[in-house]
Design a protein around this ligand. Structure first.
Ligand SMILES: [Mg+2]
Length: 365
């Protein structure tokens, strides 16, 4: 069996903004969700779908896939996944051991696992060891609004949607306090600082937030690879820390050795797909660190992440970006039910292919 074609596709899904406060990302209004899809075709007519981290830098990831990785993969056996992705890791290492190169590898790896499941006639989570769970608890990952009233509004909306775990991307006591007040004491509340603080600022913020009983504080420090700094925030701030969406496998080793985090957050569309996600999960197990994967996208990466979570022995949470889009090519497969849980697709591979008509409609590159 051979790979015959790899196509990268960029789609933009306009967000439906509820009210007049627009979510912000690093100081810029966010009104679309950009997603970089990859389709891997084979000479036996089976195709797999993957996703690489896109956001505002998708053109660099797309170029790495189209110009360098795709030609390397054509003619290779898609069922020998470890050998192929290891080869890509070595060759692409000259483009950096993180960033667009590994985001592209992630997309291809996910598509290869989709193919593997389709060939076996099994949903991916069953290839990975199976699961007792048919649905997984999700948390609402509420983007940054910056205003306490908007935070209260979206926390209330998340509660109405059945979520019992809610994460804010706020960094002020007022906004986070409004979130806790609205959520009440029994809902798990998390705060993502998106690597925006110095170590001293993060310690100060953590100490102030301690009475709010947060489940975790996420990526408080810039740069995100300041593991010694994170460990200081964890010790002196007194709140459990989460991090890892910007980390590769070897970075996780250093995070764990530094004792920096309670929750590891590998991102399947960045870290190297299913293959690397599974290695991070095993490593975290060995260090006694909980894994709660990062998933900021609304594409096949989210589905692949769900399969990996389903196959874990312990319970975890699915991160669901809490912005509505008018249409998405995976339709209801990425929408939690009224109980705040999201169903694990039961079809072969990822269990759901993106809708080709919607891809054409939303495609921008
Ligand atoms: Mg985050």
């Amino acid at each position: 069996m051979k790979i015959t074609k790899i196509e990268s596709i960029v789609i933009k899904m306009p967000m439906v903004v509820d009210g007049n406060v627009v979510p912000m990302s690093r100081g810029v209004a966010r009104t679309v969700v950009e997603t970089l899809l990859v389709r891997v075709d084979t000479d036996e007519g089976v195709s797999g779908w993957g996703e690489g981290f896109g956001s505002r830098i998708f053109s660099a990831t797309k170029a790495a896939i189209d110009t360098v990785m795709s030609p390397m993969c054509i003619g290779r056996d898609p069922t020998a996944i470890s050998a192929l992705v290891e080869h890509l890791q070595h060759v692409m290492g000259n483009l950096g051991r993180n960033g667009p190169a590994t985001f592209g590898i992630s997309a291809i790896d996910i598509a290869l696992w989709d193919i593997a499941g389709k060939l076996a006639g099994l949903p991916l989570y069953r290839l990975l060891g199976g699961s007792l769970r048919r649905e997984l608890p999700a948390y609402a990952s509420v983007p940054r609004y910056g205003e306490p009233r908007a935070v209260a509004h979206y926390v209330e909306r998340a509660l109405k949607r059945g979520y019992r775990h809610i994460k804010l991307h706020e960094v002020t006591e007022d906004a986070i306090g409004a979130g806790r007040k609205t959520a009440g004491p029994d809902v798990a509340l998390m705060v993502d600082c998106s690597s925006s603080c110095t170590v001293e600022q993060a310690i100060d913020l953590a100490q102030k937030l301690k009475p709010l009983n947060l489940k975790w504080m996420e990526e408080p420090v810039w740069p995100p690879e300041d593991y010694a700094g994170l460990a200081r925030v964890r010790t002196q701030g007194g709140i459990p820390l989460a991090a890892g969406e910007n980390a590769m496998l070897s970075d996780f080793k250093n995070l764990f050795l530094a004792g920096a985090i309670a929750y590891a957050q590998p991102s399947i569309i960045k870290v190297g797909g299913v293959t690397q996600m599974r290695k991070v999960m095993a490593l975290a197990d060995a260090f006694g660190v909980s894994v709660v994967p990062h998933s900021s996208g609304l594409g096949p990466g989210l589905i692949a992440s769900m399969h990996c979570i389903a196959a874990m022995a312990n319970d975890s949470l699915v991160e669901r970006y809490d912005s509505d889009v008018a249409e998405n090519p995976l339709h209801d497969a990425i929408t939690p039910g009224g109980n705040g849980c999201i169903a694990v697709p039961q079809g072969p591979g990822l269990g759901v292919d993106p809708d080709p008509d919607l891809i054409e409609k939303l495609r921008v590159g």
